[in-house]
Design a protein around this ligand. Sequence first.
Ligand code: FE2
Ligand code: FE2
Length: 358
Amino acid sequence: MVDSLKKPGFEEMRPGIKTPAKETLLTPRFYTTDFDEMAQMDISVNEDELRAILDEFRADYNRHHFVRDAEFEQSWDHIDGDTRRLFVEFLERSCTAEFSGFLLYKELGRRLKDKSPVLAECFNLMSRDEARHAGFLNKALSDFNMSLDLGFLTKSRKYTFFKPKFIFYATYLSEKIGYWRYITIFRHLDAHPEDRVYPIFRWFENWCQDENRHGDFFDAIMRSQPQILNDWKARLWCRFFLLSVFGTMYLNDIQRKDFYASIGLDAREYDIQVIEKTNENAGRVFPIMLDVEKPEFYQRLDVCLKNNEKLSAIANSSTPKFLQFFQKLPFYVSNAWQFVRLYLMKPIDTAATHGAVR
Ligand SMILES: [Fe+2]
Ligand SMILES: [Fe+2]
């Protein structure tokens, strides 16, 4: 009994290889796109900036960064019970997200090679970075006697198809939000070293600079295609992507608030800060940003959180499955309604300020 409490059991595919977490609406996704459409894009209006970013990627500032040091070489069995479960989950989710970036960028690098060499090289060098990030996280998982079979993940996951412009909105946001997530944790632990219970967080400062550069690359690519930023459809889609990225992160993180508490962070405050910063960044390239300062924004997300708690209580109950469906239905409807209302909240127009900011 005591032992099973100390070492939470994970389902294993093979000894030491963790069965990947079940895919849900809230788990990291794998993407694919229309490679021909991307290869035919004319990037000439912003080619200078893209080439400057390529030079930065080539400089490879983090080439010697992802090397583990002696601090890792100890037993991590004292991180046990629920905290251990949350740690493994955090590492797995992060590793899967990084790896998903690696796969997409690698494939783009390969498919664009002869047709769009500047973009192809940028994608290849970004896939180099993501491979390092995913590898470093997977190695960290092995400190908890677990790892992910990334080859299996490549073959077994479903791939979501997005047209290039949607890939740009989504990856831009995920890179920038990744930057703010890593740097916010780093700064907090730098100020409170007593909360740094595991060494990986020391790597986040340089690591997040990779994500920031990746985000800048997508910013530059979108500026090379002004037609995807300056019409009414762009306003609606940017609104949609901002809301899905922020909403998913908030629902995920608050549900795992104990993980953030284990490193001394309040998940809600942490998310609010990350959302505010990412929203500000996005407002410099997207024609709109969300009005996240309006209390309604988090109030509605909090209703979804409560709904999700009820949904998982129903799922874990002994009620027969077909009856569970009817018990769950009102909470699904409520979640959908909250998101519709969130989507309809008036955004902040940023297009007018773009000239001034740059
Ligand atoms: Fe990364
Ligand atoms: Fe990245």
